[in-house]
Ligand binder design. Structure first.
Ligand code: MSP
Length: 647
């Protein structure tokens, strides 16, 4: 961090054209860990994150939903805030590029640069890549299509009057700055990439969009036919968040930023566009721009909403807990490198590091102390020299790693302490010391183990704020004491003297319960679809062909009259309207179930092509369908007009 005390860190602001995903979660967690680390170290911290709401992409997303862009943004922002909450992100400000102070700053900067001759008007003819909201040269377009990366329809040809920022003017100054400040752009491969880009020659930057093509943006203060190019608008959020006003009398304790965290895909916009904008404004450059890698699926494909292979972070958090997820993302890959995500990989890391190493150490330490030492932190003469040596090496390594955003290295170092604690138990055999009545020996071992738990927990607080605090609470260390302890440790205080002897400690629920297999909600994400159940065997029947069934003509009929058959006990004589010129007379064997009056007005189903015959002297011109075998239970009824065909 810079020599001044205040620490200012930013994430990119995220486009609200889709739901948040792993890539967004990743940058935000990394920034949160750095922010928490510095807060714990007692530094004033500003952590800025938020959303990028203007531009073509968001406009198109709004149009697709049939909403105004602002309504769309207001709606989408709810999901982004929810993600931040779910991931326990301790931002100080959540900025939206539609915020009034941001819009005012953008207009102010534009006017200043325009007045100073840094922005000029010109005709633009060329290609536009909507996906990235950038203009590209013909050559670049052809190369990206030829490589198979993009399709011709990704590019739009554009010819229009526009405003340009004299970016080329600052190329040399920028190269000199990058060369003089080796850690300005990190990691080194990204720094080299930017230098290579700059060496190819830098043009000017188109910073406007004609409203007639794209009106969703901040209007240029000097030409109301145009809005500001989305990147010129978005990058300025980093200044808005500080209260810094270029040319204003007051500076800001927060500027220059300590770190802009970004993904590698937005390296040029930050390292070249943003920095030259700052140079033109006469504003100091940020201390560091750090580009991390991409999470890709295990088959190597980039995970993003456009490729549709996104990992469901919400389900992951629900299944394993937010702290385990935060740990995984930062522990699994070097910050800067790409990483392949797989759920099995997640499960393996969780079980090895959290359930086995750390969780087990805490469980063993607390349960043995409870069983053999009355559940109180034991006193002892001095910590074991080998553990002191290890802890004295690990603490500064962790501090240095957090300071420089080497999260993987920080976490590996902490976990060395946890494994050492487990090994210490195995080799010192506290159960044997207990059996042999070596109380001093037992007290010394258990105290060291509990101290290692406490040390791990303090050092893990930025990454796992809830779980680490939970562990510290069981060890009798509250939040204030933890921060104090961290300060002392970083300043070189004794690493294994954090606990108060005599204080009672209690074994709680396991911190990280072990998972034998992926939890059902996760396994269901890529489970094979259930095979259709095989149909149960049907009974042997005298099957008829469909053509035979189709011979039976069924119609809806309404019973007009009903009377007893004068010569047959079981029959009723009905007249039924089946939509023909005259009603049919039908003799039906339903007298045991229905009185004639029950039937008048009822809609029934009639077989109309059953050959008429006389039943005890009365012709029957059809049959009514009834349920029931020997005994009639009910008539089939339908609610449809008389004469309607039944099939
Ligand atoms: N709005 C711009 C940033 C403006 S900052 C002034 C933008 N937004 S974004 O929503 O598309 O992407 C934000 C960040 O998410 C980028 O840093 C990008 O690298 C990151 N990720 C998107 N997909 C990712 C992965 N699969 N893995 C890791 N990060 C990736 O760009």
């Amino acid at each position: 961090m810079s020599s001044r005390d205040a620490f200012y860190i930013t994430t990119p602001i995220y486009y609200v054209n889709g739901a948040p995903h792993i890539g967004h979660a990743y940058t935000t967690i990394a920034a949160d860990v750095a922010a928490r680390w510095h807060r714990l170290a007692g530094h004033p911290v500003k952590f800025l994150t938020g959303v990028d709401e203007h531009g073509q992409k968001v406009l198109e997303a709004a149009v697709a939903r049939g909403m105004t862009p602002k309504d769309h943004c207001d709606d989408m922002v709810v999901g982004w805030r929810a993600m931040m909450e779910q991931l326990d992100i301790s931002y100080d400000r959540f900025i939206r590029t539609t915020d009034a102070d941001h819009e005012a700053l953008v207009r102010d900067v534009l006017q200043r640069l325009f007045d100073a001759g840094e922005i000029y008007e010109d005709q633009y003819v060329g290609w536009y890549l909507v996906k990235d909201e950038v203009f590209v040269t013909e050559k670049e377009k052809d190369e990206r299509i030829a490589s198979g990366e993009l399709l011709p329809e990704h590019f739009r040809q554009i010819e229009e009057r526009n405003y340009f920022f004299r970016m080329s003017k600052y190329a040399e100054q920028l190269v000199a700055h990058i060369e003089a400040n080796p850690t300005f752009i990190q990691p080194t491969n990204r720094r080299n990439e930017v230098l290579g880009f700059l060496r190819k020659g830098l043009g000017d930057l188109c910073i406007s969009r004609p409203k007639e093509r794209m009106s969703w943006g901040i209007e240029l203060p000097f030409d109301s036919d145009f809005v500001t190019y989305v990147w010129f608008d978005a990058l300025l959020n980093y200044l808005t968040g500080t209260g810094y006003r270029p040319g204003g009398a007051d500076g800001s304790p927060w500027w220059p930023a300590d770190y802009h965290l970004i993904g590698k895909d937005i390296l040029t916009t930050h390292s070249v566009y943003w920095t030259t904008m700052l140079l033109a404004m006469g504003v100091p450059l940020p201390q560091h721009i750090y580009a991390h890698g991409w999470w890709v699926s295990s088959d190597g494909a980039k995970m993003s909403k456009s490729t549709g292979n996104v990992i469901d972070v919400t389900k992951l958090v629900d299944a394993f807990g937010v702290d385990a997820c935060r740990y995984f993302f930062l522990r699994e890959i070097r910050f800067g490198a790409d990483g392949g995500f797989s759920y099995d990989g997640f499960l393996g890391r969780y079980n090895t590091d959290l359930a086995n190493d750390l969780g087990n150490l805490a469980h063993r330490g607390l349960s043995m102390t409870g069983k053999w030492l009355g559940g109180a932190v034991p006193d002892r003469a001095a910590p074991h020299p080998s553990l002191v040596a290890l802890a004295s090496e690990v603490v500064p390594e962790v501090a240095r790693s957090y300071d420089t955003l080497q999260f993987k290295e920080a976490l590996e170092a902490v976990m060395r302490l946890a494994s050492a604690g487990n090994k210490h138990i195995d080799s010192e055999e506290p159960w044997r010391l207990n059996r042999e009545g070596d109380t001093d020996g037992l007290a010394a071992v258990m105290r060291d183990v509990l101290e290692l738990c406490a040390l791990c927990a303090v050092l893990l607080l930025p990454v796992m704020p809830t779980k680490a605090a939970e562990l510290l609470t069981t060890l009798g260390i509250d939040e204030g004491r933890a921060a104090e302890a961290l300060g002392q440790l970083v300043a070189g205080g004794p690493p294994l003297e954090l606990l108060d002897p005599g204080r009672s400690v209690a074994l709680g629920d396991p911190l990280f319960p072990r998972f034998r297999e992926l939890p059902p909600a996760i396994a269901a994400l890529f489970a094979e679809p259930e095979p259709e159940p095989a149909p149960a065997e049907l009974p042997e029947l005298d099957w008829i062909a469909f053509e035979d069934f189709a011979k039976v003509q069924l119609r809806v009929g309404e019973v007009l009259t009903a009377a007893e058959h004068p010569k047959a006990d079981k029959l009723l004589v009905l007249t039924v309207d089946v939509g023909e010129a005259r009603p049919r007379t039908i003799c039906a064997g339903i007298k045991s179930r229905f009185a004639p009056d029950d039937l008048v007005g009822r809609k029934v189903v009639v077989v109309v092509n059953l050959k008429p015959r006389k039943l005890r002297g009365i012709p029957s011109e059809g049959m009514i369908l009834a349920a029931g075998g020997n005994e009639v239970v009910d008539l089939l009824s339908v609610d449809a007009p008389s004469g309607e065909v039944v099939r």
